[in-house]
Design a protein around this ligand. Structure first.
Ligand code: ADP
Length: 582
């Protein structure tokens, strides 16, 4: 055999020849070795290798006509011999294999592209292709160009791996995921509806109880107060359940900020002073003098943890004290700091064998029917979730009759911002509503000199209608009430009302759409009526949605008398023009 037939590499050929001789010694025996025989052996040697390969192997000439393949391909087409496969154009493969037009086109385009460009195409997911045995196969294919010794493209080789099982698993997983998402969506919708259905009448009860407690005297006043407190307790319990639902169905999103840890303690200290005094306890704070002034982390998370732990300590302690201690450890040469918070009390304590269950939701060691302690058994569950979200740890040490110690260790970072910047950053994180009320309070001017405002209340729930109307009437407002958005649009005229209170979830046209209509009706007039959304189901998304629709503000139901007064003061009495905040 001369050099030309081996692309000028005699050494390579010699080696191959040696290998083949060794491999086929037992077959060849003493036979005369001719070059034809060697070629025959080489061909059979490589055919064997190709046939052993998992998956389909096939190759084309430079026109994309089939030139050869392995046994798997023959099986797929149901061919007995290689000759049946050789010389097929793409269209022939389609008819003989029963391929779809889509599969044939994809196969053809990819192959011709490789031949045209001389560049490989790897990991192509082919459209499904039928197998002779009736199965439908999904292939992951790669095709590479074939070159001659002058680097001219003379065809292409393809390898296709059967990924049908993987595809089926993927499809099952996708289906399972979609089902889980649908179930979770249905659950969320159920909770949103239930929240609306429970909170709306509850808001009515609380609102009317509040009104009555202002109007009634003596014994009746007390009865109204009890009604109010009971309603508020129920609302509180319901809100807690909703919070557990939220925590179980989504991650806690904590804002990382620069904050002063001492200011959190001071705020909590102020908050608990009345309860501490009433119970005759002492509240001590041990705060290290050299503690870095400002930290980076979640102030809101730390506040929530502290609030719940101290709330419990005060609740379950009847004599002695509650002590909050802070310790810390700064990691040398870094800004990392570990903060240890200890809330210790001299209260009733927790038996050791019960200490592991108190972090589970709805766990109360002293059941509610005994009526000794208020609570819903979710405070520590919430604490645990916040501690986890802040990558911290919590544990408890306690002895019955002597008291309890809750210890939280959380990582933070030391802030390096300047004092001025930190002051701006360290304000208490307010909820949307707290924030709005605070801003509104700041705008309230002196005693109102205008006559009371004319209000349009759009509310479909009868109890909420009565309750909100009584609230506005008690402030001598003039009021029109409608139960549907369509009716609101019928009676609305620019300049007719000073404020509109709009339920978001109305039957028929929803509150946000009504608002958009009103804003269009006002277009070109000098009027812009403040529209306040009222909703039983507040969330950041709903707030954003209402504000984008053109409402001025969003408040959760029930609107208290205090809130209603502030809103009216802000949007009516404190503005210069009646019904013109534009
Ligand atoms: P709640 O206080 O609303 O009942 P928690 O989840 O905050 O719910 O607490 C769960 C239970 O753990 C409480 O009901 C109480 O039995 C027990 N517990 C929590 N903190 C203390 C404490 N400081 N002293 C004694 N018992 C406590």
């Amino acid at each position: 055999m001369d050099d030309k037939t081996t692309n000028g590499n005699p050494l390579k050929l010699h080696k191959l020849f040696e290998t083949l001789l060794q491999q086929y010694q037992h077959v060849i025996g003493d036979e005369q070795i001719t070059s034809e025989k060697i070629v025959e052996y080489i061909v059979s040697y490589y055919e064997d290798i190709i046939n052993c390969m998992p998956g389909n192997v096939y190759w084309f000439d430079k026109n994309g006509v089939t030139a050869g393949c392995n046994q798997n391909v023959l099986d797929m087409f149901g061919f007995k011999t290689l000759d049946e496969f050789k010389g097929l154009a793409f269209e022939d493969q389609r008819t003989k294999g029963g391929w779809t037009l889509e599969a044939t086109e994809a196969f053809k385009n990819d192959t011709l592209e490789v031949i045209r460009t001389g560049k490989p195409k790897l990991n192509i997911e082919e459209p499904p292709i039928p197998h002779h045995d009736g199965r439908t196969i999904y292939f992951l294919s790669s095709r590479v160009p074939l070159f001659d010794h002058m680097r001219n493209v003379i065809g292409a080789v393809g390898i296709s791996i059967d990924i049908t099982e993987l595809k089926n698993t993927q499809a099952e997983l996708k289906k399972a995921k979609e089902q889980a998402e649908a179930a979770s969506q249905a659950k969320s919708e159920f909770v949103a509806n239930m929240s609306h259905d429970v909170k709306t009448p509850l808001a009515g009860i609380i609102g009317i109880a509040e009104l009555l407690s202002h109007r009634l005297k003596d014994e009746n006043h007390e009865l109204a107060q009890i009604l109010l407190m009971s309603g508020q307790q129920l609302l509180n319990f319901f809100d807690n359940c909703l919070e557990v639902f939220k925590l179980e169905n989504s991650d806690i999103a904590l804002l990382t900020e620069h904050f002063n840890l001492k200011s959190v303690l001071d705020e909590i200290y102020e908050l608990f002073q009345p309860a501490i005094k009433t119970k005759g306890l002492a509240l001590n704070i041990n705060y290290p003098d050299n503690m870095p002034a400002y930290l980076i982390g979640s102030r809101a998370g730390f506040y929530r943890i502290l609030l719940n732990l101290i709330g419990n300590a005060v609740k379950f302690t009847h004599h002695g004290s509650v002590t909050i201690s802070i310790n810390y450890h700064e990691k040398p040469d870094t800004r990392d700091i570990l903060v240890k918070l200890t809330v210790a009390d001299t209260g009733i304590g927790i038996a050791e064998y019960k200490q592991h269950i108190i972090f589970e939701r709805f766990t109360r060691l002293i059941p509610s029917y005994k009526g000794t302690y208020e609570g819903n058994g979710i405070g520590l569950y919430i604490v645990q979730r916040f501690v986890n979200a802040m990558q911290g740890e919590i544990y408890v040490k306690s002895e019955v009759g002597k008291g309890s110690e809750f210890i939280v260790i959380c990582p933070f970072q030391v802030s390096t911002l300047s004092d001025h910047e930190l002051e701006e950053n360290s304000s208490h994180v307010l909820t949307y509503e707290e924030n709005r009320i605070r801003e509104i309070e700041q705008t309230i001017k002196e005693k109102p000199t205008k006559s009371p405002p004319k209000i349009l209340l759009v509310e479909d729930n009868l109890i909420a209608q009565r309750m909100q109307s009584s609230l506005f009437l008690s402030m001598s407002c003039e009021i029109d009430v409608v139960d549907r958005g369509e009716k609101a649009l019928e009676i609305f005229q620019p300049g007719k009302y000073d404020i509109i209170f709009m339920d978001v979830g109305l039957p028929g046209i929803q509150g946000d759409i009504v608002t958009k209509h009103i804003r269009i009706m006002e277009q070109g007039s000098q009027y812009h009526v403040p529209i306040i959304a009222l909703t039983a189901h507040t969330s950041e998304d709903i707030n954003k949605h209402c504000l984008t629709a053109g409402m001025e503000d969003v408040f959760g139901k029930p609107l208290s008398l205090e809130q209603a007064k502030k809103i009216i003061n802000h949007y009516y009495f404190s503005t210069d023009n009646n019904n013109s905040n534009a």
